[in-house]
Design a protein around this ligand. Structure first.
Ligand code: ADP
Ligand code: MG
Length: 619
């Protein structure tokens, strides 16, 4: 075994490693800027057909390290398993399979299949028969399929053992060997493991052919003079709000904010600038000379916030950085350590704040495990706290201005005003001036708004269009969009609303249009000329124990939250339900000429008219 030199001089780019344009295109589109160390050191060897032993911690990007080159070696015209990946658990098999699917996005006709215990053989058999290029499986199930002859390995080019030490711990070592004895002689093997117990080493010696050994040490020592905190936040819009709140209450000297992509750094810097902060972005697209200018301004204090990608901030040494904000969670623990190391320099103390979404908790645990340090949860400052701060700042500013500024011009003016308006009190005058100084921006945040503390599932905000869709089969009927006071938070399905309206208000379901479910409410499109009685019935109608409280959707009440439903699954309010006409409405035959609007109840042409009620609404 030959040891790799892990000290590469300058960071390489993905395009330096020999990957195909198709793979490079995918990496660009998913926002991977640079290869992680394990990727940088494995990809070229694997592309060349060499065997690899890779040792690196979880979260260092091992999946792409083997998947990218091995996918590139696949012959798409050959409809047989060419890449087999063993993973210790069903979850990991699925996760790796999904990653492979993503990385292979540019490969037309490519198929990957996860196989694991607990899933019926039938589901796995069909794709296997049809032909897949890559199989990701747990050892036991892969063994079963090989025994049954349903997984044929004669065309296999490469084999990956992912998380080998984990498999050993789980007692899979004999299964692994069994499988490895059955793969073709002429194949390539990559073995990845976080640690190298002797059993794994022996397996490697027995099966691998002159493997390159790549060992990535994680630099995970974090300085103790940096206070580490994290904050649970929801989607994009909430992150920005969370950030501005934090910026408002903390005392910071200079801050660096890490964002995942180049585009994000620019957007974020612009938004912060619009909120009155001196912020600039630095990323890999910004020219060296420009970058230096920005960093100089940052050093000298004419910029207080730098929004950066990991690459752009590499090696940055600015002692006045008091705060690091991980706006987007880093891809691995090592990156985290690098990032927060931008503060607490030259013996000073620093603070690092990490934003974590619910889906990213695993990464948070990973960082804590690898760095062996607890990151303290913090709550976002509430509107109340912010408002108190604003009051204090306001008072402080008055005191400061009185003691530090020359006010003679204004004193004279105010004096004149007072003489001419004796009835106006001093307080009134001062308040009017404060109002002028404040401008149109309200001094206080609304304290009624939902806060998104640690235990609340935050959702993103969405403005729902108030315009109703027309009915597919009765497009001539004027429709209106209504709001009902139930949504995902009440476990409502479109069928519940449809059923309630159809049954309780006795409305023919063909006149019930689009139904959209959001977390805090739902909308339903109904005929504009709905009889008042029907409307009254609908107000009182109860669905899943909640009153519908139907009302028209307006520009004032159309702010929905999505993505924070309590159903445990993601739902971004895309759940739409359009009720198609069963064709019973004869009025639709007039080809849209129907001028039924407002005349429905007066017309006597019987069933050629829209009839919203099957019978009189219940009283
Ligand atoms: P490991 O197998 O080492 O635990 P993964 O392959 O699961 O790590 O990768 C961890 C995370 O890092 C994933 O979310 C992945 O999408 C991301 N990632 C991997 N490589 C890169 C990269 N070069 N740039 C940005 N993100 C990356
Ligand atoms: Mg992995």
């Amino acid at each position: 075994m030959s040891e790799q030199n892990t000290n590469t001089a300058s960071p390489k780019k993905f395009s330096d490693l020999g990957l195909s344009d198709s793979i490079l295109g995918v990496l660009e589109s998913i926002g991977y800027e640079t290869p992680s160390p394990i990727q940088e050191q494995c990809i070229t060897h694997l592309l060349n057909g060499e065997d690899i032993i890779g040792q690196a911690q979880t979260g260092t990007g091992k999946t792409a390290a083997f998947a990218l080159p091995l996918l590139d070696n696949i012959d798409l015209s050959l409809n047989a398993p060419q890449l087999l990946i063993l993973a210790p658990t069903r979850e990991l098999a699925i996760q790796v399979s999904e990653a492979v699917q993503t990385y292979a996005r540019g490969m037309k006709g490519f198929h990957v299949l996860p196989i694991y215990g607990g899933q019926s053989y039938d589901i796995q058999l069909r794709p296997l028969k049809r032909g897949v290029h890559c199989v990701v499986g747990t050892p036991g199930r892969v063994m079963d399929h090989i025994k049954k002859g349903t997984l044929k390995l004669d065309k296999l080019k490469s084999f990956v053992l992912d998380e080998a030490d984990e498999m050993l711990k789980m007692g899979f070592i004999d299964d692994i060997k069994w499988v490895m004895e059955r793969i073709p002689e002429q194949r390539q093997i990559a073995l990845f493991s976080a640690t190298m117990p002797s059993v794994i080493k022996r397996v490697a010696e027995e099966f691998l052919n002159k493997p390159k050994v790549v060992k990535v040490k994680t630099k995970t020592e974090t300085a103790t003079n940096i206070e580490q905190k994290y904050c649970l936040v929801g989607g994009l819009s909430q992150k920005l709000d969370a950030l501005t709140r934090i910026l408002e209450v903390i005392e910071f000297d200079a801050m660096i904010i890490f964002a995942r992509t180049k585009t994000l750094t620019v957007e974020l810097a612009e938004k912060l600038a619009a909120r009155g902060f001196t912020a600039e972005a630095i990323n890999g697209d910004i020219q060296q000379s420009q970058r230096e200018k920005i960093i100089n301004k940052f050093k000298k204090g004419s910029i207080d916030i730098l929004v950066a990608t990991d690459v752009a901030a590499r090696g940055l040494d600015v002692p006045r950085i008091s705060h690091v904000v991980n706006y987007d969670i880093p891809q691995d623990a090592e990156t985290y350590v690098h990032r927060i190391g931008r503060t607490g320099r030259a013996g000073r103390s620093g603070e690092a704040i990490l934003f974590v979404s619910h889906r990213e908790r695993r990464m948070l645990n990973n960082i804590e495990r690898v760095t062996r340090q607890k990151i303290t949860p913090i709550e976002l400052p509430t509107a109340k706290i912010i408002n108190e701060k604003r009051v204090n700042d306001f008072k402080k500013k008055i005191t400061e201005t009185i003691s530090n500024r020359d006010l003679s011009v204004f004193e004279k003016l105010v004096g004149e005003f007072q003489e001419a308006n004796e009835e106006v009190t001093h307080i009134k005058i001062a308040a009017a001036l404060a109002h002028i100084a404040q401008g149109n921006e309200p001094l206080f945040l609304s304290e009624k708004e939902p806060s998104f503390g640690r235990d609340q599932k935050p959702g993103e905000e969405k403005i729902v269009p108030v315009q109703a869709n027309s009915l597919k089969n009765n497009p001539q009927i004027p429709m209106r969009r209504y709001k009902v006071a139930v949504g995902n938070n009440n476990n409502i399905k479109p069928g519940n609303i449809l059923g309630a309206i159809a049954n309780e208000a006795d409305m023919d379901s063909e006149f019930i249009g689009s139904i959209q479910i959001f977390d805090n409410f739902s909308t339903v499109d109904l005929p504009d000329e709905m009889p008042k009685e029907t409307f009254e019935v609908l107000k009182k109608t109860i669905v899943n124990g909640n009153r519908l409280n139907i009302e028209a959707l307006t520009e004032e009440n159309n702010k929905a939250t999505v993505g924070g439903s309590n159903q445990g699954k993601r739902n971004f309010g895309r759940k739409k339900f359009s009720k198609d006409s069963r064709g019973g409405y004869k009025g639709s035959k007039d080809g849209g000429r129907g001028d039924s609007r407002g005349k429905g109840n007066r017309d006597d042409r019987g069933n050629r008219k829209p009839k919203f009620s099957r019978s009189k609404p219940k009283k």
